[in-house]
Design a protein around this ligand. Sequence first.
Ligand code: UTP
Length: 297
Amino acid sequence: MAQATVRAPRKAVIPAAGLGTRFLPATKAVPKELLPVVDTPAMQYIVEEAVSAGLDEILVITGRGKDAIADHFDRSPELEAALEQKGDLGRLAAVRRSGELASMHFVRQGNPLGLGHAVLCAAPYVGDETFAVMLGDDLIDSRDPLLATMLKVQSDQGGSVVALLEVPPDQIALYGAVASTPVSEELVRITDLVEKPDPAEAPSNLAIIGRYLLAPSIFDALRETPPGRGGEIQLTDALRALARSGEPVHGVVFRGRRYDTGDRLDYLRAVVRLACERADLGADFRAWLTEFVAGRS
Ligand code: UTP
């Protein structure tokens, strides 16, 4: 008998409608997702990560003041013509590349009512498929592939899969936290989730970071999720409903390099680290940085 084939996920949703208050005043007129990490907007790294994991249908959830995101991922005929005329083929290729990376779609959230609400805006686009959610300000170092591991877990276990990071206990209040049972060294089955718990009440120091593979049942769960922490509709609360109903929700414990580019300190770390490692800038920048740290520059 012919077996039904389950297609690997191919759609990614990037919520980018948040207000970016932690990075004001820079983010008053510029979306935080477009802040440059060296010379490339933070969100381009995320789109590249999606594409290299086979997710090349991308829906960005945007809001007011975020139109520049769509411009960045569009073609720019005038700019391309000017670079072509100057014979600047390197920059021409870079400009074209961001317009050709993936099939990009955009929808507006209207009111930033929370991450859960942003994900719910993707329901008509996603339909009845498992899909990825990748936060627009959460940068995973390309040398530490996380999505590929999550896709393998989802294919083996079904249901939904989230990325987890062990954080110091006093920082868990900044994240969603999970209660879980271990499956293997890097995999847990999640039994409960709490958004931004008080450290004394946190179920663990395993924090949810910005990569999710979600079963389409998340949409019904989100429709029934009332506003939670901060008066926002929380994705964590909808995932808790799935986990409690017995649907598989697994967590992959990530031990690689990750930066929250919506946080100023982490943003600076990302810029310095990626600049040091760039073939075109790294040697000069490292030399200057060594002098600077030694107080000689
Ligand atoms: P954050 O809380 O990190 O984003 O939300 P924020 O609200 O923009 O940032 P701060 O805290 O004010 O500095 C996590 C992700 O969810 C998106 C954000 O854009 C970010 O990628 N988000 C959040 C939405 O798309 N819509 C919302 O209503 C809320």
